[in-house]
Write a protein that binds this ligand. Structure first.
Ligand code: GSH
Length: 209
């Protein structure tokens, strides 16, 4: 079996980095330098026409989109390792949280970044859009807070759904989101960060995301 992971530090690829580390799956790693435009080369665009990391190439097939990669790796390796549920309702819950991270939370958070961060030129910021995005992000945190009340993890035990979603929460923390209204989220995120796999990835300075 051949597995090649295209990643970049301080990017969405950190999610996949964390998932691979939890699963202890060995693969060839190719570092992509975003600043040098390495996602725009013809070779890279043949793998992912969106020009984005992460990309996982499994036996010649390129899989992109971090949520798809987490679900794919969960199915392939996670079930045997007790980190991803068998097909059935609990699998459905895992899928729900992974997709929610990218689609619902990711959309709100993405709008917040685009309208506030210095990665985007200030003239493109829109104060009203930033306010709406922050309110939508807070609503997502409220939903997560309620889901985590009285629980240690999203599912019965720690799973790749926690790995994946906590990576988004790391980005929120990096963006200085105030978590004081979300004590269950804060405690859960600390539990996720106490995983040895998390510590190993962060020690290698891939960064948040
Ligand atoms: N929806 C995609 C988003 C991936 C994404 O936005 N990746 C960024 C880095 S965080 C990227 O590769 N950008 C290309 C570039 O800046 O050249 C996913 O979840 O995989």
């Amino acid at each position: 079996m051949s597995l090649t992971f295209y990643s970049s530090a301080m990017s969405t690829a950190t999610i996949t980095e964390l998932v691979l580390e939890e699963l202890a799956v060995h693969c060839e790693r190719i570092r992509i330098d975003l600043k040098k435009g390495e996602t725009r080369t013809p070779e890279f665009l043949r793998l992912n026409p969106n020009g984005k990391v992460p990309v996982l190439v499994h036996d010649g097939t390129a899989i992109w989109e971090s949520a798809a990669i987490t679900l794919y790796l969960g199915e392939l390796f996670g079930v045997a390792k007790g980190l991803y549920p068998q097909p059935g309702p609990e699998r459905g819950e895992a899928m729900k949280w992974v997709v929610w991270s990218n689609v619902t939370l990711g959309d709100a958070f993405g709008r917040w970044i685009r309208n506030t961060s210095d990665w985007v030129p200030a003239e493109q910021h829109n104060a009203k859009a930033a306010e709406a995005a922050q309110s939508d992000t807070r609503n997502c945190l409220r939903i997560l807070e309620e889901a985590l009340a009285g629980r240690q993890y999203l599912l019965a035990g720690y799973s790749l759904a926690d790995t994946h979603l906590n990576s988004f929460v790391d980005w929120l923390r990096y963006m200085k989101m105030d978590f004081s209204d979300y004590p269950h989220v804060e405690a859960w995120s600390r539990r996720c960060a106490a995983r040895p796999a998390y510590a190993r990835v962060m020690a290698h300075a891939s960064g948040v995301g």
